[in-house]
Design a protein around this ligand. Sequence first.
Ligand SMILES: C[S@@+](CC[C@H](N)C(=O)[O-])C[C@H]1O[C@@H](n2cnc3c(N)ncnc32)[C@H](O)[C@@H]1O
Length: 291
Amino acid sequence: MTADHEFGNLSTDLKLSLVEEYLGAFTTALRSKFAELWYIDAFAGTGERTIKHKRVEARNWLPEIEEKIERRRGSARIALDISPPFDRVIFMDKKKAHCTALEALRAEYPTRLIDVVRGDANEAIKAELAAKRWAGKRAVMFLDPYGMNVEWRTLEMIRATEAIDVWYLVSLAGLFRQASHDPKHLSPKKRAAITRMLGTEEWEDAWYHRDVTIDLLGQVDQTHQRIADVAAMEEFVGKRLRSLFPKVLPPRRLRSDRKVPSFSLFLAISNPEPKAIGLATKIGNHILKAR
Ligand SMILES: C[S@@+](CC[C@H](N)C(=O)[O-])C[C@H]1O[C@@H](n2cnc3c(N)ncnc32)[C@H](O)[C@@H]1O
């Protein structure tokens, strides 16, 4: 079954090609060193990306161009095509139709060990990582949500494994939207969403400026507005990730079709061993800087 999954833009191709290159380099470098190499895709989609090219009407001497539907590989299929292959692949997605599509994808690879888990990524990762022994295993995890779905406690669990390299797509657009310019619109729900993602309330002091003036009658005039731009928010996220993971590479900023910064793609390494950091950094930097 094919569930159409339309998402992304040109940056999506870049994002997927960066991750694909890392996955190939990862299994090539570690194949002979570890008994098991895993790939965990916590927002796996369907294995496919549908791109609709709109019909273009005939104009002047140019003929009409019919609507065209193009299908490109999504992260799940990309991971299954990696050579040398991963020993175990875990796909997670909240949406039933996407899990059905992932099960159909699994059926195309009958000799491979592939799990499809339906549910919220935070809960599914918690269940998967709980009480797992990581000796002899290494993994790459891809966190590719549409928005601000990844909770800080989930990152803490990933970090605690000391075995997972994580590619994390951070929604700058989501943070920018939730952190309203005018704090009057910063509802408790918005505050909670940002805090859940960043694992601290410190973002509010860092992103907002409070100007308190007291007049002669002792009355207080408080102006309070957001001073952080997208770059400052990205910097804050980087600082938070660096406070948790032994190594975080400088991110790759991804833009929307209208050139607005929309996401930042981070690579964070949970293994504190200098050898592991050295290898992941070498591969990651090479890939991130080359494009
Ligand atoms: C940007 S798409 C992922 C695309 C995929 N990586 C690919 O390349 O094909 C995000 C996916 O996350 C799923 N999703 C949304 N919220 C989720 C959640 N809380 N937990 C798990 N999956 C979720 C959506 O159903 C969607 O398939």
